[in-house]
Each structure stands twice: as structure tokens, then as C-alpha cells.
Design a protein around this ligand. Structure first.
Ligand SMILES: [Zn+2]
Length: 482
């Protein structure tokens, strides 16, 4: 008998911290960081007798997220108390939503290997974040910072519709991209403003019954989510293969040991004794307000990616890279508006600019405020290459010099005499000189060793201080050695 192959079944729960200025039920700042316990008041410290007041902006953000993911926006929803004890939750309960969430039943399309799949959303609800426990290095004391207590969260729950690690990764990236486009969450996983728990089970391929699911927590990067899910799929298959039984439980991803380990048996909803929050009225959302919000929705990443392919003739891959973040897509289009061709601008943004952005982590916030070059400067460089005024290498070398200078690339090139040498006479002389100086290599090229031609091109480039038009040099050499 051959071992059965297993099909993974994956559902994801995302917690997204919202970019409101104040917290969900009080006026304290919702900003990340700050000295511990400075953004707090009696309400978010859970003092008895205080009354929460719902932040209207949080509701607006939840509706935006729901509209962007094709959810039904509930006309009437309700907050609920989720009861449990933990030092970072001084009230002993978290205000969340339970049986009547604000958004239900949406979906989003995700791309893996060029194929689109539709992943269902179960619900989106609002809740308050908890404080943060800080365990000291010696392990003999735990501190609590309540700055995060009461920061607004959206919990976005998917259906168990994903069937591979790649699909789970694509779903998360797509969802984060949408929230960033809506400007409601900065999507920073390292700072915890975009967090993910995964429900993973497996079943024999071809069957439809769901297996025993395990929840994985504590994954703070896309890479860790993917690694943890892959590990868990393998672990579950091994347990079943060896005749064991899986238990429903919560497991923690241990980054250092690259494994999941059991944290506690899975809690069930009834363990939390949910009940309607008595301090808040049921939430009624007028359809007219939803229509107003619908009217202010931006073009979202999926439609924008398709437009980039259609309008600018970009490949699906390029269009995808350029539209994952709204600020990058805006930057690209600003360069087109400044006169660069789409192909050239795409090339410069993807190969040079985004590399610097990644290396220097300039994309930590929602919007990149210190681009290495302005879109107009990069478009200027692209245009100089398009027209043949400078070659690609000269242009690359100019990025560091233009950075922070505010200078116009054309002006810099003119001022420093960097214009590409395309003058036939000057190049002919340099080519003849190089041929005379390297008879051995010339003989090799003539004997059919094409790659030695590159060496001769390099010598001509060197002789012209890197300013020669490389295509022209190559043509001239080929003609001369034919
Ligand atoms: Zn407060």
C-alpha cells in the first residue's frame, strides 16, 4: 500500500492595527512606540466605572476594509465582551465583536504563479488591542506597557480556502496591500501592526472532510508564516503516517529552532463566555454613510495591476511589483508624467530604486517619505538614457550623486561633461587604438571566440572614461574585425 498524499487546508486570521490618531474607546494617542505607559488614561488602563466611547473613524476604516474585500456591511452590529485573564488585559475582558460582526462574507482574489484564485472571507470585526508584556532577560520579572491597550484592531478571518503555503503567502500579501492602499494600516509585521495566526489541517487528497486543525501563533514576518505552515503540514503528515492522532491545539512558532511547539490545548468560543457589551449601544450603520465611503475608495491594487499591463504594456510580473504598494505605483506614474517611457521607468524603479528602498528599509511606514531620488529626477535619468545622451552605467553612477541634492540630472550631466561619446570620429580613433594594442585578443576574436569581444569593448570604454556608447563601440569593433 502506498502512503496517501495529503492536501493542506489553511485559514488565516489577521489582526491589523488601524492608523487612527486616537484609540478605539478613549482619546489617548494610538501611535506606535513612546515611553512605556505614557499614552494611557483610566479608561484604557481598565479602571472600574469608566465608560467607552466608540471612535467613529474606526468604524469608517472597518467599512472601507469591508467594501474593498466585497463584504456585506451589516446595518446593525454589536460589540461583545471576550472574558479572559492576562496581565496585559487589566479589565479581565477584551471588547470585541462576536455574533454580530460589522462585515461578513467577502472575498479576495490572489495570484500564485500567474493563476488567480478566489479566497473567501468569513468576517471582519473591530476590537481593542491589549497591552504588551515585556519579559526581562533574567526571567525573574515581567513588565507591562499599556500604550497599546485600546489601539483599534480589525480582525480579518478567512475561510479555510487556501490549499498551499504559496497561496497563504499570496493571500497575506494581497490583504496587506489592500489595507495599505486604503491607508488604514501600515502593514508593518515587525512592529506588530499586521499580525497573522494560521489554522492548518490536512486531509487525504481527494476527500472533503476537514481534518483536526491546529492554530499557529507568533509569526512576525511573511517568511515565518510560510515556514511555520510548511513545517506544520509536514509534522501533521508524519503524525498520521506513524499511526498517531492529531489533537486540536494552539502551537507557537519557534523562530530559532524552526519548529512549532504545543502551547495549550485549543480554547473554544464558549471558554470566553462572550456576552453583549453592556456599556456600548448596538452599532447602527446608515446605508447613506456606506455609500459616501464607497465614493472615496481608491483604485485598489488588483485593478491597478491590470491597468498597468493594459495601459503601459508591462509584463504581469512588472505590473505586480509596481502596484503592491500605492506609493510605489504613484511614484512610477509620476515618472511617466514627467516624460519617461513606461518600460524605462519600470526598469529603473524595479532594478535600482526598490533595491535601495529594501536595503535601507525605507518602506517601513505606510508611505515612503524619503525616496532616494524624486520621481522627476529618476524620470530625468531615464530620459537621458532613452535619448542616448548618457549610457546606462553612467546613469547608475549618478544616482548616489543626485541623492539629496535636488539637482536636475540633465543639468548635472551637462555641468560635468558626462555626455555619452557617440561621435563616430572619436570612437573610431579609440577603437583603432585598442585593436593596435591587443593583437592577441584580436586574433582570438577573429578565430571565433566571441566572448573576447567583451574584453575589447571594455578597453574602449576605459579609454573613454566610461562615456562611450557601448552599443556603438560593439558595432564598430565587429565591423573592424570582420
Ligand atoms: Zn486611554
Amino acid at each position: 500500500m502506498t502512503a496517501p498524499t495529503y492536501e493542506p487546508v489553511i485559514g488565516l486570521e489577521v489582526h491589523a492595527e488601524l492608523l487612527t490618531r486616537s484609540k478605539i474607546f478613549c482619546r489617548c494617542s494610538a501611535a506606535f512606540g513612546g515611553a512605556p505607559n505614557t499614552n494611557v488614561c483610566p479608561l484604557c488602563l481598565g479602571m472600574p466605572g469608566v465608560l467607552p466611547v466608540l471612535n467613529r473613524r474606526v468604524v469608517e476604516f472597518a467599512i472601507r476594509a469591508g467594501l474593498a474585500t466585497h463584504c456585506t456591511i451589516a446595518n446593525r452590529s454589536r460589540f461583545a465582551r471576550k472574558n479572559y485573564f492576562y496581565p496585559d488585559l487589566p479589565k479581565g475582558y477584551q471588547i470585541s465583536m462576536y455574533e454580530l460582526p460589522i462585515c461578513v462574507g467577502g472575498w479576495l482574489d490572489v495570484l500564485t504563479d500567474g493563476t488567480s484564485r478566489r479566497i473567501g472571507l468569513t468576517r471582519i470585526h473591530m476590537e481593542e488591542d491589549t497591552g504588551k508584556n515585556i519579559h526581562d532577560a533574567h526571567g525573574d520579572a515581567s513588565l507591562v506597557d499599556y500604550n497599546r491597550s485600546g489601539v483599534p484592531l480589525l480582525e480579518i478571518v478567512s475561510e479555510p480556502d487556501m490549499r498551499s503555503v504559496a497561496e497563504a503567502g499570496a493571500y497575506l500579501r494581497t490583504l496587506r496591500s489592500i489595507l495599505q492602499y486604503l491607508e488604514i494600516c501600515d502593514g508593518n509585521m515587525e512592529e506588530g501592526s499586521f499580525r497573522c495566526d494560521a489554522n492548518v489541517s490536512i486531509r487525504p487528497a481527494g476527500t472533503t472532510e476537514l481534518g483536526t486543525k491546529v492554530e499557529i501563533k507568533n509569526m512576525n514576518s511573511f517568511r515565518n508564516v510560510e515556514r511555520a505552515i510548511a513545517y506544520e503540514i509536514d509534522r501533521q503528515a508524519e503524525v498520521l503516517e506513524s499511526g498517531g492522532k492529531l489533537v486540536q491545539e494552539t502551537r507557537l512558532w519557534d523562530v530559532d529552532r524552526s519548529e512549532t511547539r504545543s502551547m495549550r490545548s485549543k480554547e473554544y468560543a464558549h471558554d470566553y463566555r462572550y456576552f453583549p457589551e453592556p456599556d456600548l449601544l448596538p452599532l447602527v450603520v446608515e446605508p447613506a454613510w456606506v455609500d459616501d465611503i464607497r465614493g472615496t475608495m481608491p483604485e485598489l491594487p488588483g485593478p491597478r495591476r491590470e491597468r498597468f499591463e493594459r495601459e503601459y504594456g508591462l509584463s504581469p510580473y512588472d505590473a505586480d511589483v509596481l502596484t503592491q504598494r500605492k506609493d510605489v505605483a504613484d511614484y512610477f506614474e509620476a515618472g511617466i508624467a514627467a516624460g519617461a517611457t513606461p518600460k524605462e521607468m519600470a526598469n529603473w524603479v524595479m532594478t535600482e530604486l526598490l533595491r535601495i528602498v529594501r536595503e535601507e528599509k525605507l518602506d517601513r511606514a505606510l508611505v515612503i517619505s524619503d525616496w532616494p531620488l524624486t520621481a522627476a529626477q529618476l524620470a530625468g535619468l531615464a530620459k537621458l538614457v532613452q535619448t542616448g545622451a548618457i549610457n546606462r552605467n553612467t546613469a547608475k553612477g549618478l544616482i548616489a550623486r543626485l541623492r539629496g541634492s535636488g539637482r536636475d540630472p540633465a543639468e548635472l550631466v551637462a555641468a560635468e561633461g558626462l555626455t555619452q561619446v557617440s561621435d563616430r570620429g572619436a570612437l573610431d580613433a579609440a577603437v583603432a587604438d585598442v585593436i593596435a594594442k591587443h593583437p592577441a585578443q584580436v586574433a582570438e576574436v577573429k578565430a571565433g571566440k566571441e566572448r573576447v569581444l567583451g574584453f575589447l569593448v571594455g578597453q574602449v570604454m576605459k579609454a573613454t572614461g566610461g562615456k562611450a556608447n557601448p552599443q556603438m563601440v560593439q558595432e564598430l569593433l565587429k565591423t573592424a574585425l570582420r
